[in-house]
Design a protein around this ligand. Structure first.
Ligand code: SAH
Length: 215
C-alpha cells in the first residue's frame, strides 16, 4: 500500500512512508474490511476511516508541523489511525491529542492503538483520545503546531483557529456537498492565510445527534 502511494507520488517524504508502514492500518479497519485497499471504509456510527491516500496527503501537508516535541490535535479521530501516526511523528516528548464525539469509537480507537506501534505513547500519556465536540477543539493542551480535522465543516470553527500556534498549520475539509481541503497557516504575527489544496469528500463535522440520525 505504501509503495503504491509512493509510486503515484502521493507519498514523497520518507518519514511519512516509514510512519505509515509502522502503524499497521490492518489493526484499525473493522474485521472483514480490506485495510490496504485505497478506499474509505465504514466503521459504524455513519463514520468512515479515510482512504490511505487521504491519510498520506494530510501527513505530507503537515509533516513540518509534526516534528519531534510538537503538539498535534486530530479532530474527529475515528479509528485513531492518524492520531497514532501523529504520535509517532511528534514522539514521546510531544503530544498527539485525538477528539471524537462518539464514545464507542473513542473506546475502540484506544483498543486499536493498544495493538499498534503507538501503544507505548498511550501509556506514557504523549497520546490521548478524548470524548468531546471537536468543533471546540481541545483547549486544555492548546496551542497546537498542527491541527487535522477528519470531517467536513460548513465553515472553519473559530475555536480551532484560536488553538493554532503562530507558525502552525491546520488541514480541514470545508463545505457540505462540494468540499475543499483547506490548508490554514497561522503566521508568526498571528495573521492567517488559507488556500485550497484539493476537492474532497468527508463525512460532516456536526452534532452527535445529526450524525447518528443522518439516515
Ligand atoms: N481520521 C478518521 C476519520 C473518521 S471519520 C479516521 O480515518 O479514522 C470522521 C470522524 O469525525 C467520525 O468518527 C465522526 O464521529 C467524527 N466527528 C464528526 N463530527 C464531530 C464532532 N463535532 N466532534 C468530534 N468528532 C466528530
Amino acid at each position: 500500500m505504501v509503495e503504491q502511494l509512493q509510486r503515484y507520488g502521493v507519498i514523497k517524504s520518507s518519514k511519512v512512508a516509514e510512519v505509515m508502514e509502522t502503524i499497521d492500518r490492518g489493526l484499525f479497519v473493522p474485521q472483514g474490511g480490506s485495510p490496504y485497499f485505497d478506499s474509505p471504509m465504514a466503521i459504524g456510527y455513519n463514520a468512515t476511516i479515510s482512504a490511505p491516500h487521504m491519510h498520506a496527503a494530510c501527513l505530507e501537508l503537515l509533516e513540518d508541523h509534526l516534528q519531534p516535541g510538537m503538539r498535534a490535535l486530530d479532530v474527529g479521530s475515528g479509528t485513531g489511525y492518524l492520531t497514532a501516526c501523529f504520535a509517532l511523528m511528534v514522539g514521546p516528548g510531544g503530544r498527539a491529542v485525538g477528539v471524537e464525539h462518539i464514545p464507542e469509537l473513542v473506546a475502540s480507537s484506544a483498543e486499536n492503538i493498544k495493538k499498534s506501534a503507538a501503544a507505548p505513547q498511550l501509556n506514557d500519556g504523549s497520546l490521548s483520545i478524548h470524548i468531546a465536540d471537536g468543533r471546540e477543539g481541545w483547549p486544555e493542551l492548546a496551542p497546537y503546531d498542527c491541527i487535522h480535522v477528519g470531517a467536513a465543516a460548513p465553515q472553519i470553527p473559530e475555536a480551532l483557529i484560536e488553538q493554532l500556534k503562530p507558525g502552525g498549520r491546520m488541514v480541514i475539509p470545508v463545505g457540505t456537498i462540494f468540499q475543499e481541503l483547506k490548508v490554514v497557516d497561522k503566521k508568526l504575527d498571528g495573521g492567517v492565510s488559507i488556500r485550497d489544496e484539493t476537492s474532497v469528500r468527508y463525512v460532516p463535522l456536526t452534532s452527535k445527534d445529526a450524525q447518528l440520525h443522518s439516515n
